[in-house]
Design a protein around this ligand. Sequence first.
Ligand code: MF3
Ligand code: CO
Length: 275
Amino acid sequence: AMIHYKSKTEIELMRQSSLLVSETLALVASHIKPGVTTLALDSIAEQFILDHGATASFKGYHGYPFTCCISVNDAVVHGFPGKQELKDGDIVSVDVGVFKNGFHGDSAYTFAVGETSEALQQLLRVTKESLYKGIEKAIHGNRVGDISWAIQEHTEKKYGYGVVRDLVGHGLGRQLHEEPQVPNYGKRGTGAKLKEGMVIAIEPMINLGTRDVYQDKDGWTIRTADGKPAAHFEHDVAIEKGRPDILSSFAPIEAAEKANANLCSAYYGLENPVL
Ligand code: MF3
Ligand code: CO
């Protein structure tokens, strides 16, 4: 197993890839409404990525057939876009990767469609908060387990949510998945040491109910074992001395979310709340 460290120049290229993902997610956000199919959202994302001189990282990755992973309600991650229409009360995770200038960007955001229950709004808020609590630990000299612990404390210990064990965050760079793995559960002070030049994708996958999941018969979609909804947020973070450098941004996505009357706006404005 090998960690690939990035130069300052390479990190700036990665920032371009990550920000293109953020802009793609913002465009998708502006098109979400009851009745839209998840396949239509995938096409919009694909066209936007190609128009910006990039390619979709996920398409063809281990045979994955789409640009986005779009995971609705009990689908946690890796959902197939399709003829399914979004409806009032759904939560929908959109996960996008792009490859540009030799580097991948990879980010995800979960949206609340129309009138969504308080319980689901809290799940989204807390999952997003946990991402930033993990990011707060993503500093040179800390360990991967510090990130994992912070996410688990905020979601499982504080709110009793299920932290998915079967999937984890990851290093990111010339490959979509690099070392180290970044679990969303673990012990402080354990795991690989974080060092300047590492870039990691931190992506809590948090279930309203049980942490247990299974793979759908489509061979990709990961669903909660109890059928309850799940949330997923993902940022790309470069490790530096003293402070984390978040390469992706939720700012354009949150702006699109606020501007779209079809998205639940009961929570927002959590950009870098801990920094
Ligand atoms: N963002 C996800 C991840 O980091 C999606 C990749 S799965 C793929 O693992 F196959 F669709 F690419
Ligand atoms: Co990822």
